[in-house]
Design a protein around this ligand. Structure first.
Ligand code: PLP
Length: 461
């Protein structure tokens, strides 16, 4: 549903933004030099508009979250009705509300298997914090408090709280506070194009999997609490693991009795063409963390989903689980998420990705492979990346260093009306799950055109 167009005073808003607002993940000096933030005013379907009235196709579904697209009146309606019936009540001290109970049951139904118990939070970062506290407590209750070490991966992203930034493997995030949480170890990411260009897929996979076993043995298996990884690393550059990686990672976790945690904050609720990324990669984690597409971004909510085994230990041995947020199980967010999952089901969005738009995106991207600046294209379902290289057939980078070409091509795409992200030297896409084939064509054509336009600039790096 298209919202009415309103007129705003752009220069005044930008002035106030610079004077008072600290937007997320920004270089504030650069922002001042640019004269202020891009101000987005409205959105509909797969597009959004900025304050100048310029339209963008949203190739990122907001921030990997707006699965069902913008302008969904059904979601606005359930939020409105829930605010009137019960806008807020907490879930502390043995209390629940109707949407929270219904959503937990719904999530347990689609998770299937042993993932039957749901703890609600407001953000992906909080879902990860909840997971961490639960895992540490679980091992303590089992009489193994020394199992403290969490193993995650370089360039993994697990949020922006103190724990999330520590558990994540982004060097830049560690610079601020030097990874303050104890006993977190990072191993290599399964990024064949960047780290194993000259290896066979099998040899590279062996090495990436062995890295986990080596780390476990180095730390001492009895000290390790869990391995945590995104089925597909999102913010780390849409890293699609080599064939066989995940089942072998799971086998190592089982061999040493270590919990397997999948951070499904991006993959969850359809992105890969299944309900969850771990289903795509055929593993059975003990815990998954989910957020983003759970409500398609319409209301803040996340879910930490745990196995019956873990829930049983908490129940039988735990006493009070001294953990929770003011907004855990927020009735409005839960009602919106429930309706969002219904839309995903009723419109068969996951089936559409699997049989229609996912393969169509893969084919469209394949047409970029012959472009001299493209080193690799990769996708799974509706998440994708295009690697920019300086020499065809290699993984060499402009300026001899990763991260210089990506922002230039990204900015050219944005100027051409396509919102994508540049992660190091790849252009990354994660469009709404309702995207149509003609919009996929626009996305891929705009990337091709932007590569051509940016070329002279890239040569000058
Ligand atoms: C976005 C993200 C998070 C953090 O979610 P927030 O809602 O931003 O706190 C955690 N893990 C993964 C895999 C993510 O992509």
């Amino acid at each position: 549903m298209t919202a009415p167009i309103k007129n705003y005073n752009k220069s005044e808003l930008q002035r106030l933004d610079l004077a008072h607002h600290l937007p997320a993940q920004a270089d504030y000096k650069e922002l001042h030099e640019l004269g202020g933030s891009r101000i987005v005013t409205r959105a509909d379907g797969c597009s959004f508009w900025d304050i100048d009235g310029k339209e963008y196709l949203d190739g990122m579904a907001g921030l990997w979250c707006v699965g069902v697209g913008y302008g969904r009146k059904e979601l606005a309606d359930v939020a409105y009705a829930q605010m009137l019936e019960l806008p807020y009540y907490n879930t502390f001290f043995k209390t629940a509300n109707v949407p929270a109970v219904q959503l937990a049951a719904k999530i347990a139904g689609i998770s299937g298997g042993k993932l039957q118990h749901v703890f609600f939070n407001s953000s992906g970062s909080e879902a990860v914090d909840t997971m961490y506290r639960m895992v540490r407590y679980y091992w303590k209750l089992l009489g193994q408090p020394y199992r403290k070490t969490f193993i995650s991966r370089q360039n993994g992203y697990h949020g922006s709280t103190v724990l999330g930034a520590s558990l994540g493997g982004m060097g830049g995030m560690h610079n601020i506070d030097h990874q303050p949480v104890e006993a977190i170890e990072h191993i290599m990411q399964p990024y064949k194009f960047g780290l194993g260009f000259d290896e066979t897929e099998e040899a590279f996979c062996n090495r990436a999997v062995q890295a986990l076993e080596d780390k476990i043995l180095e730390v001492g298996a009895h000290n390790v609490a869990a391995f945590v990884g995104e089925p597909i690393q999102g913010a780390g550059g849409v890293i699609i693991p080599p064939h066989g990686y995940w089942p072998r990672i799971e086998a190592i976790c089982r061999k040493y009795g270590i919990l397997l945690v999948c951070d499904e904050v991006i993959c969850g609720y359809g992105r890969t063409g299944e309900w969850f990324g771990h289903q795509t990669y055929e593993v059975t984690p003990d815990i998954i963390t989910t957020a983003k597409q759970l409500s398609s971004g319409y209301a803040p909510i996340s879910a930490t989903i745990v196995s019956s085994d873990i829930a049983e230990v908490l129940r039988e041995k735990g006493g009070d689980f001294v953990h929770g947020y003011t907004y855990s199980g927020h009735p409005v967010s839960c009602a919106v998420a429930l309706k969002n999952l219904e839309i995903i089901e009723n419109e068969n969005l996951i089936g559409k990705i699997q049989t229609e738009t996912g393969p169509y995106l893969a084919d469209a991207l394949a047409s970029l492979k012959s472009h001299p600046l493209v080193g690799e294209v990769r996708s799974k379902g509706l998440i994708a990346a295009v690697e920019i290289v300086s020499e065809p057939g290699t993984n060499q980078r402009f300026g001899g260093k990763e991260g210089k070409a990506g922002p230039i091509v990204r900015d050219t795409c944005i100027a051409n009306g396509l919102m994508v992200r540049g992660i190091r030297d790849s252009i990354v896409m994660c469009p709404p799950m309702i995207i149509e084939k003609s919009q996929i064509d626009f996305m891929v054509d705009t990337i091709r055109k932007s590569l051509d336009e940016a070329w002279p600039k890239l040569r000058g790096i």
